[in-house]
Write a protein of this length. Structure first.
Length: 393
């Protein structure tokens, strides 16, 4: 019966909490070498609904909270390690997938090693940023995947070419954007846009989605709270922009560092498969079937096949995608597809997978996976809820 089982688990875990008086003050509960840190308990308890309703910490309510939130998982962890579930193929696969994320994901170990922990922002910078925050802009843009093409288009614009016409020809999913303010677009895009006067055209710049040229169409002011009341949020936003610039510079260096080589023969085939359907270009992957296993790009970090590029392209959002019509477009897609492999390769060369914080994060992750695997394998199949249970409840 499910309720008898849960009652037994609750009683057993209560004994563990009451019986931990001889452990280190840093350890709240210890079960066969698996520990629950005191600071983790306190942090979680302070954020809980139980704590919010209590005027003071009460021993019984704390024990109840620990039983419900922590000790059951600790029991599953101990039992899981006794069954050697850390060697389970499913656990190992999830661990390796998460390892990449912990190393190269946003705010992961690589990010922390590249971006300074404390971003310095002067009072003058913050004041200027506040003034920009009072503005909302409406822009038009040209987006391409080749710096050479972006530079050529910029020269045409300087010589009087019509911006709107070029934008229609060189902007996938062309549309004039609505008004936007700081924090609503890519930070690098915003930085370029907010430097312009109405009617002015930016020089070509690059962000994660390609090379852009922006024309500022309109600007308008909006009401903002007093500077002091939004100082902290402004500082956080501006720090985010500076962090994005650090990462943009890193990615530029990354693609020059590991000997990328393109297979232009098969990349040209990708260009030929794009079909114009009522002004919207679509990839016809069926025409690439005989090339799918061919390498499209190689590097010191490995290679990506045509199939990898197709899968990556089809996973892109409508806003991020672009038609692959020229070889430069195909090169850009290949770079995007292999980028995470380059980052992982860079992490290993830097030895960041040996970082103590990463080791601690991996141990914590493995504990969680072992707990979940034990529950799924040994507990969940034994929990049977009958109609009588439901009616009795």
């Amino acid at each position: 019966m499910i309720f008898n089982y849960l009652r037994y688990l609750f009683l057993l875990s209560s004994v563990l909490v009451f019986g931990c008086a001889d452990t280190s003050p840093d350890i709240f509960v210890e079960v066969h070498g698996q520990v629950l840190a005191t600071d983790a308990v306190i942090k979680a308890y302070r954020n809980s609904d139980e704590f919010k309703t209590q005027k003071e910490v009460q021993r019984q309510s704390l024990i109840k909270f620990v039983n419900e939130k922590f000790v059951g998982d600790l029991l599953f962890r101990v039992a899981g390690y006794e069954q050697h579930l850390e060697k389970n193929p499913e656990v190992q696969t999830m661990l390796q997938n998460r390892k990449r994320h912990l190393l190269i994901g946003k705010n992961g170990v690589l990010f922390q090693s590249i971006v300074p922990a404390n971003i310095e922002i002067s009072e003058e910078e913050l004041t200027a940023f506040y003034i920009k925050n009072r503005l909302e802009l409406r822009v038009n843009h040209i987006r391409v995947q080749s710096l050479a093409l972006a530079d050529s288009l910029y020269q045409l614009l300087k010589n009087g070419e019509n911006f709107e016409q070029l934008a229609q020809n060189y902007a996938h999913n062309y549309r004039v954007n609505e008004f936007f303010g700081i924090g609503e677009r890519d930070p690098i895009y915003e930085m370029a846009a907010f430097e312009l006067a109405v009617g002015e055209i930016s020089k070509p710049f690059k962000n994660a989605n390609g090379y852009f040229i922006i024309k500022l169409l309109e600007s308008r002011e909006r009401q903002l709270p007093p500077f002091e009341s939004v100082r902290d949020s402004l500082s956080e936003q501006f720090a985010g922009i500076k962090k994005a610039l650090f990462m943009s510079s890193y990615f530029e260096d990354l693609h020059r560092q590991f000997n990328e080589k393109y297979n232009d023969k098969v990349l040209q085939e990708i260009c030929r498969t794009f079909e114009n359907r009522n002004g919207d270009y679509k990839l016809n992957s069926q025409r690439l079937r005989k090339f799918l296993d061919e390498p499209a790009i190689t590097s010191d970090a490995g290679q990506k096949t045509v199939a990898d590029l197709v899968t990556f392209y089809e996973s892109m959002s409508r806003e991020a995608s672009f038609p692959i019509l020229q070889l430069a477009d195909a090169h850009a897609l290949a770079r995007m597809t292999i980028e995470s492999d380059l980052m992982f390769h860079d992490v290993l060369l830097r030895g960041l997978d040996k970082h103590e914080h990463f080791d601690a994060a991996m141990r914590s992750l493995q504990d969680s996976l072992v707990e979940a695997q034990y529950y799924q394998q040994f507990i969940a199949p034994k929990i049977i809820v009958t109609n009588a249970d439901i009616e009795g409840y």
